[in-house]
Unconditional design. Sequence first.
Length: 232
Amino acid sequence: MPESIHTGTKRVVVIPAYNESSVLTTVVNSLLQKGFTVVIVDDGSDPPLASLINNLPVYFLKHRANLGQGAALQTGFDFAKSLDPELVISFDADGQHDSSCIESLIEPILNNQADIVLGSRFLSQGNETLPFSKKLVLQMARGINYLFSGLMLSDAHNGLRAFNRKALDTITITENRMAHASEIIFEIRKHGLRFKEIPVEIIYTDYSRQKGQSSWDSIKILFDLILHKLFK
């Protein structure tokens, strides 16, 4: 059960978090100020994150051990369903996402134009700060996603997404770690969900770069994903 409860809007933001610093409080406050219901999933952090959010009006869930971002998202989504949400947004805990992007992100869902909306850093300015090696890995991921799903998206792994209730009920994440981002794309194709990409800003700081996946980690994720698809 959550350690603290906020009952408000039916627009729910799920934040998977692992070993975050005080930036988590800033992220959560930016979302609360816009009227969102916030669900934080502490993915086995050491020390636990509960003390960082103090008495903020959020739902707080915790994994006893670190299971991975995919597992934390699925835990958050499962809990969000109990709130009977209008829509659910996935949002990173490291400060890379801008809460002001959410209004444009959810617009296609509110207008019944999409079941899931995917944020893309490559449909707007600002990706020039990405290292070349990171851009190369993301392009490889786009190709692998296309190979297995037939969907060629502009951004392979962006954690800012919005789901309507149909998408939330349909998509099940079984890839516990970072390969879940590609698995979501496969689920879109498998279930014929309507989707749209929306340009979003990614805020790169020293902290978010440190928390992010290295290029080598990203390559290992791609290999794990290929093996999973080939032998599933």
